[in-house]
Design a protein around this ligand. Sequence first.
Ligand SMILES: NC(=O)c1ccc[n+]([C@@H]2O[C@H](COP(=O)([O-])OP(=O)(O)OC[C@H]3O[C@@H](n4cnc5c(N)ncnc54)[C@H](O)[C@@H]3O)[C@@H](O)[C@H]2O)c1
Ligand SMILES: N[C@@H](CCO)C(=O)O
Ligand code: NA
Length: 430
Amino acid sequence: MAMKVALLGCGAVGSEVVRLVDEQRSELATRAGTALEIAGVAVRRPERARGLPIDPALFTTDAMELATRPDVDIVVEVIGGIEPARSLTLAAIKAGKSVVTANKALLAEDGEAIHSAARAAGVDVYYEASVAGAIPLLRPLRDSLAGDRVQAVLGIVNGTTNYILDRMDSLGAGFAESLEEAQSLGYAEADPTADVEGFDAAAKAAILARLAFHTEVSAADVHREGITEVTAGDIASARDMGCVVKLLAICQRSADGSVGVRVHPAMLPREHPLANVNGAYNAVFVEAESAGRLMFYGAGAGGTPTASAVLGDIVAVSRNRLAEAQVVDSGGNGETRRVHPMGETVTRYHVALDVADRPGVLARVADVFAGNEVSIQNVRQVGHGEDAQLVIVTHMAPDAALGRTVEQLRALDMVRSVASVMRVEAFNDQ
Ligand SMILES: NC(=O)c1ccc[n+]([C@@H]2O[C@H](COP(=O)([O-])OP(=O)(O)OC[C@H]3O[C@@H](n4cnc5c(N)ncnc54)[C@H](O)[C@@H]3O)[C@@H](O)[C@H]2O)c1
Ligand SMILES: N[C@@H](CCO)C(=O)O
Ligand code: NA
């Protein structure tokens, strides 16, 4: 008997799922162990000509009816956003359907409700497409690394911002023109807020941290800073230190067992593998106790690559349904760990100060660092007289102490302005 798939949403990802299910019909049947049949497609405008290889009679505007229809086995949610996606997903689970979703926003906001509903109903929720699109990342974290202890996940998980920062670095372009370029190429949405303010990356960070550390993490737990304040001066400052600026999603386990989850721009040494991830590509670096360092790289967005991840999930949940098995999603039903605030996160700052060029300035600046128990790793002066700039890189210190230091530096008379402040990751281990 065929496995019946209800598709909710037929946009960039959904339409590619329809096309690939048709194009790969026989291979998919072999791999899934049974034929896959699209039982219906929920859309807003059924009359729209989509040119897809599917009987138009399968289009419906009643997504709820389709998601809960008795003959449906698997519901694929590619509408996006919180509502109606949440109600549809929960209703499908309650009706005994397995769910495949690409919806990072929903999983990051209300993942525990969805996962616990799935556990109670004995069905699967698979979501490989929700983080870093086509890149197989969540299944490796959940399954392949199930016997290991993940220490850290460091990733470039938003293609739009990576494209913008890459252009600022390689062409010396400004933020606004790079964003326009990303929009004209279709990477950034017409409203690019979710990308450039880091919301998209923060949702993905929450999902990654939950899987990596087996604890509940939601979008609200993630410290988030976007890239709208990154200037050409920051990029130039990074270059001077042999670094590149990237928007990073960082999930770390601390010595006390708590976890930190954050998204912010950071300077990264050019020799770090993530520094060479260019254009709209994504890459995620995982450090595990026994496995060591692993890296996952590829297309993090785009209709066809994302549909690849959705189809892989459809095949996987089909196999589980045939075997009458449910996979344990050990995300939030493992240990409960404290998610610590950003102030407790131990990190390192790069600070460039426009200063008066006269005796005693360096000593006074160093005093402020010392007063906050922040140790300086190196300091250099660039330019002279009116153009003098002090560029300081700190040792690791709690983020709260580093932030306080910068505030006090701003208040010093001899500091004309703080030209650049940015965290530095993976610089070296001292
Ligand atoms: N496009 C990508 O590169 C990409 C990558 C990874 C994950 N995702 C995720 O995949 C999901 C879908 O993204 P997309 O790019 O295909 O978006 P999209 O906007 O192209 O498609 C969503 C579709 O859902 C339809 N829709 C909205 N409300 C509906 C309703 N009530 N009933 C039926 N249809 C409805 C819209 O008309 C639209 O056609 C999102 O969760 C997104 O975050 C997308
Ligand atoms: N808007 C996202 C793609 C979907 O996650 C990005 O630019 O990476
Ligand atoms: Na993925």
